[in-house]
Write a protein that binds this ligand. Structure first.
Ligand code: SAM
Length: 220
């Protein structure tokens, strides 16, 4: 789907994905802010809060949750309508939490788009791109991680149309956890902590998601 199509989808209802964060994100990220090493950045400064990047943040449900749980968050999406909805929800939060979130409208497949690191956490949640673009973005995401930083990739599994529920049906944009591991390759500097197929309860039968959690290795 193009940005304009996502804009049209987001304009239609209050919050398409609901306000609560994705439960798998919560399961894997809760408490990570205290465990993840926080090292000085290129400017020599150690960040006050761990830094997260939410790729394809949509209406910001995960970015907002991260900010309320001690993260400095940068959310990127190419839907300005989605971002504006996230911003509106953020206005209901206290100023100190609101100020932890920055938003950027950009196309993540644009290699010129500027989203810099280092980050202690990078999320890529339910972003479905053609395989070559997914691979390029995943490798870029791995490169943005600080040593010890965590990459969490979650999306509709390739088996979902036949065995699960909802989600996009185009096999060209679905993926397995093995696809993500292969995309990252042996040279992206991350170690795979988890790569598996998971079930997600829905209003119908369970949906099937692909999950990969990887940690950036510390330099030797
Ligand atoms: C299914 S939504 C997921 C939103 C969010 N991650 C969540 O879990 O609530 C997919 C999002 O990907 C965004 N998106 C799709 N392709 C994109 C691209 N090339 N660049 C930036 N955002 C993109 C859409 O605008 C949409 O907000």
């Amino acid at each position: 789907m193009k940005a304009a199509e996502w804009d049209a989808r987001y304009v239609q209802s209050e919050l398409v994905w609901g306000a609560p964060p994705n439960s798998t994100v919560v399961e894997y990220v809760h408490g990570l802010d205290r465990r993840v090493p926080r090292l000085p950045g290129p400017d020599g400064q150690t960040p006050e809060l761990p830094r997260a990047l939410d790729l394809a943040c949509g209406e910001g449900r995960n970015a907002l949750w991260l900010a309320t749980h001690g993260w400095q968050v940068h959310g990127i999406d190419f839907s300005q309508v989605g971002i504006d909805k996230g911003r509106t929800v953020a206005t209901r939060l206290s100023r100190s939490i609101r100020e932890r979130i920055t938003w950027q409208c950009a196309d993540l497949t644009d290699s010129e788009a500027d989203f810099d690191g280092p980050r202690e956490l990078v999320l890529m949640v339910f972003l479905h791109l053609p395989a070559a673009e997914r691979r390029a973005l995943l490798r870029r995401a791995a490169g943005l991680l600080a040593p010890g930083g965590v990459l969490l990739v979650l999306g509709h599994h390739s088996d979902n149309p036949a065995q699960g529920f909802g989600g996009p049906q185009d096999p060209g944009i679905l993926f397995t956890s093995e696809d993500v591991v292969a995309d990252l390759g042996a040279d992206s500097g991350v170690e795979i902590d988890t790569a598996r197929r998971i079930s997600r309860p829905t209003e119908g039968r369970d949906a099937i998601d692909a999950l990969v959690v990887a940690t950036k290795s510390a330099p030797e």
